[in-house]
Write a protein that binds this ligand. Structure first.
Ligand code: G4P
Length: 524
């Protein structure tokens, strides 16, 4: 591999921002893109979200609801790094796509609203990141407003998420009396709402503010200094190794909206964020980013990003080597080789053709139905398959039928393709062969209904059967159909495996008491 290519790969930083809706993910993304020079007007991303931005050609449903159903990818350069941000849907009704996107990143930035602390969706997304052991950087947002006490927030992080935290900086005051942040890492104080040239104040050798300043007289300053002393003495030690293993999260305080602390965050983040990481194959060997041959995996398939073209795009995370437009690749699953001529990269709404991309990058390949989620493509002669992407245990279920029975062929074709794409999960009852769909977020059903209508011309009837707990079975051979009951329905998944859909926790325990030999397990 040439040293230029090696340098290019090692300059990549690929991450996702995770947060509960309204914590400030869009605002933060926008500020990061602005620093990276990727957008000129810090307002573009926001405008897209609120529907004020007219050029969006994304799915109809996205436009109607003014939300990002799909995850897109944004790229910019900053201080010698090429940053790839993978966007994750910010709506409460997020979907499996959001989870799968986290399989394609090397680190995550977790945004927390200082007034709210850890919220439900943050917790879910955090768990997926932590299962992969990926480094998580925390930004506690909205310090320009009154929020929880900083010590309380750190404690909550550690207790609720079970991760060690290290405060990189510490707020001095908050809300109306927010003076700024005490930057433990860069050893300076960054003042809030202050002109660039006066923004940073130096510290003396005792860690106290080295210059005369009215802030020194404030009780907030004294409080912050007391807190920092406590952190120095009783808090966790800073450890780069622990950050990289995902055992310790560096915590930054700031305010995305007022653009405070964002640039410091970005600069510090880039120092510690991992370069592209290797990935395991099914044979458990590691494919390294600096391996010569190109390889990558499909983590998402997006249909009809532009309805005028009816195209499908397979999103590929490049794991090793370099991608060049026009190169020959082999799709391991089918062992078919072909030339890749149409490839794109994404920036907010604009898609542009990409000629070259390297390990760590995400590219979009035009797809006419060849790719499936989890597919591996390789450039060399020797093919292999990357580890399976995890499947997630759905929580919501509907029974689905075609409104018009004459459309049954289209109905089945549509379901088959959307299931393959990973848009929704498929189950079938044993004798009546009813089709049941499962999802982790309600929005998946809406997208399904909408796409069945627009792409397959079939109107569907969806009858909610409520929340269920889906459990797979380790010892399938011991399962008897007579174990199925109204509160513990036995179904097949799309691979023909048995799955019990339990009405609730109680039904599951009751089943377990009656059938102690059946070993149940859930996916993620
Ligand atoms: P999301 O993508 O995580 O859903 O959050 P988003 O950035 O859209 O932010 C949610 C709301 O929080 C927005 O207000 C945004 O302006 C506000 N916000 C983000 N960062 C900060 C911050 O640092 N301080 C304060 N005070 N507010 C912040 P909104 O009223 O819902 O929308 P808009 O009227 O600003 O468009």
């Amino acid at each position: 591999m040439s040293s230029k290519l090696e340098q290019d790969i090692l300059a990549r930083r690929t991450f996702a921002i995770i947060s509960h809706p309204d914590a400030g993910k869009t605002t933060m993304t926008e500020k990061l893109l602005y620093f990276g020079g990727a957008i000129r007007d810090a307002g573009t991303v926001k405008a897209k979200k609120t529907g004020k931005f007219a050029t969006s050609d994304w799915m109809e449903i996205e436009k109607q609801r003014g939300i990002s159903v799909t995850s897109s990818v944004m790229q910019f350069d900053y201080s010698g790094c090429r940053v790839n941000i993978l966007d994750t849907p910010g709506h409460q009704d997020f979907s499996e796509d959001t989870y799968r996107t986290l399989m394609a990143v090397d680190s995550a930035v977790m945004i927390i609203d200082a007034a709210k602390g850890i919220e439900a969706q943050t917790l879910k997304l955090f768990k997926v990141c932590s299962m992969r052991g990926i480094p998580i950087f925390t930004f506690i947002n909205k310090l320009d407003r009154q929020g929880k006490e900083p010590l309380e927030l750190i404690e909550e992080l550690e207790e609720v998420l079970g991760i060690q935290a290290y405060a990189m900086n510490w707020p001095i005051g908050m809300g109306k009396e927010f003076y700024g942040i005490y930057d433990r890492y860069n050893k300076r104080i960054e003042q809030f709402r202050t002109e660039e040239d006066e923004r940073f104040l130096p510290l003396d050798e005792n860690g106290e503010l080295a210059v005369d300043h009215e802030m020194k007289k404030s009780s907030y300053y004294t409080q912050a200094m007391d807190d920092i002393m406590l952190l120095d003495e009783a808090g966790n030690d800073f450890s780069k190794e622990k950050i990289i293993k995902g055992e310790l999260t560096p915590v930054f305080f700031g305010s995305a909206l007022t653009n405070f602390g964002v640039q410091t965050f970005l600069e510090t983040y880039l120092q510690f964020a991992p370069t592209p990481q290797p990935r395991l194959t099914e044979e458990e060997s590691l494919v390294e980013p600096l391996d010569d041959e190109f390889s990558g995996f499909v983590f998402k398939i997006q249909a009809n990003m532009n309805p005028a073209h009816r195209d499908r795009i397979a999103f590929v995370r490049i794991v090793s080597g370099k991608f060049e437009r026009g190169m020959n690749v082999t799709l391991t699953r089918t062992n078919k080789s072909f030339k890749v001529t149409q490839s794109t990269q994404f920036l907010a709404d604009d898609r542009e053709t990409v000629d070259e991309a390297v390990a760590g990058d995400i590219i979009g390949l035009y797809d006419t139905g060849n790719y499936q989620i989890g597919d591996t493509i390789v450039g060399g002669k020797k093919t292999f398959q990357f580890e399976k992407l995890p499947q997630f245990t759905p929580e919501l279920f509907v029974r689905v039928t075609a409104k018009n029975v004459m459309k049954s062929k289209h109905f089945h074709k549509g379901i088959e393709q959307l299931v393959q794409e990973g848009a929704i999960q498929y189950y079938k009852t044993l004798h009546t062969e009813d089709i049941i769909l499962g999802a982790v977020g309600q929005l998946q059903f809406e997208v399904f209904e909408n796409r069945m209508k627009n792409e397959y011309n079939v109107e569907v009837r969806m009858e909610p059967i409520g929340n269920k707990m889906a459990r797979w079975i380790e010892n399938e051979e011991d399962v008897k159909e007579s174990m199925s009951g109204p509160r513990s329905t036995l179904v097949h998944d799309r691979f023909g495996n048995y799955v019990f859909l339990f009405e609730n926790e109680f039904a599951m325990r009751w089943f377990h008491d009656k059938n102690p030999d059946i070993k149940l397990y859930s996916l993620l």
